[in-house]
Write a protein that binds this ligand. Structure first.
Ligand code: ZN
Length: 317
């Protein structure tokens, strides 16, 4: 008798807080476990972590698609719960890093400016508008989309950069096409990256650029860290590598222009706070030293195994 093997879609129960998802890139349910995890978690703490500076180390299971290699969280917390948390998130910690983040975005825009002159830019997941402020100061016409009421209001009030509060699905139809769409620290947070990139394609003019940075789980530092890779956080639902990013961009109508290591600038005190989640005694010792030397506000560049890609729209989707 012939044995037919099939991958069966799991049936969710109505009261489940968690949901299984298929591969976003190829649609397959055929996965292998990359890092075994659990759904037995402190739900209140976990929900609070869905904010711009969410720091909750993931205990969820990461799976890898057997067909295309995409790594993602499954099961994951239900979308409506996550979205509500992003909407309600207040994040004074994130906005307290204004100086470092604005300087960091200045460098990011320098890198993009090699390929385009100022025009119309849409920043998806604009948070408090730091990138858009930098772009506006350099002559760009700015638009943003951001689910957090607190962060979008902060950006509009302080910088007047036209941030729509909500998700990309609900965002307005802009009258004219964009020259540039940016997703800074965003794609890995989204429920459906392919849908997000498809929408970005539709917002762009032909030949317009998209810029994405992402934690590269295939980078040698990330591989060395394994399960302890610092970007394995509950807020991150997807873990891309150059191969999966290249494929998802190609399938949504883009052609790769540049791929480069992504550096960021943050205050030393804030970096120590992030370190505290992993090695508390070391972080406390460094904090003490930096306080003694008055260095907590010092801006430091750091590379944390992130990659930045610039791609060009070559096809309408
Ligand atoms: Zn796949």
């Amino acid at each position: 008798m012939e044995v037919v093997s099939a991958v069966v879609r799991p049936q969710p129960k109505d009261d489940d807080l968690w949901e299984q998802v298929p591969c976003n890139l190829c649609g397959s349910w055929d996965v292998q476990v990359k890092y075994e995890g659990t759904t037995d978690q402190d739900m209140e703490k976990m929900l609070q972590s869905y904010s711009a500076s969410g720091n909750f180390v993931s205990k969820e299971t990461l799976v890898q698609c057997k067909h295309c290699g995409l790594v993602y969280t499954s099961p994951r917390l239900r979308q409506d719960l996550i979205l509500q948390s992003y909407t309600d998130a207040e994040d004074p910690l994130y906005v307290s890093q204004a100086e470092g983040r604005i300087r960091s975005f200045g460098r990011c825009l320098d890198a993009v400016s090699k390929y385009t002159r100022p025009g119309r830019v849409l920043d998806v997941g604009a948070a408090s508008g730091f990138f858009l402020k930098v772009a506006k100061d350099r002559g760009w016409e700015t638009y943003g989309v951001e689910p957090s009421r607190y962060l979008s209001e902060y950006g509009n009030r302080n910088y007047g950069v036209n941030i729509f509060c909500g998700t990309l699905e609900r965002a307005p139809k802009f009258e004219k096409k964009m020259d540039l769409v940016t997703l800074w620290d965003v794609l890995e947070h989204t429920f459906d990256p392919k849908d997000v990139l498809t929408r970005c394609n539709r917002y762009l003019r032909n030949g317009g650029l998209i810029v994405i940075n992402y934690p590269n789980i295939g980078n040698w530092l990330a591989r060395l860290a394994g399960k302890r890779y610092w970007f394995i956080l509950s807020v991150h639902l997807y873990y891309f590598v150059p191969k999966t990013i290249a494929r998802i961009l190609e399938e949504t109508g883009f052609e790769m222009v540049e791929e480069a290591p992504h550096y960021q600038w943050l205050e030393l005190g804030y970096l120590i706070y992030r370190l505290e989640a992993y090695v508390p005694p070391a972080a406390r010792a460094i904090r003490l030293f930096s306080r003694l030397l008055g260095m907590e506000k010092m801006l430091v560049p750091y590379f944390a195994a992130q990659t930045r890609v610039v791609a060009r729209k070559v096809k309408n989707i």
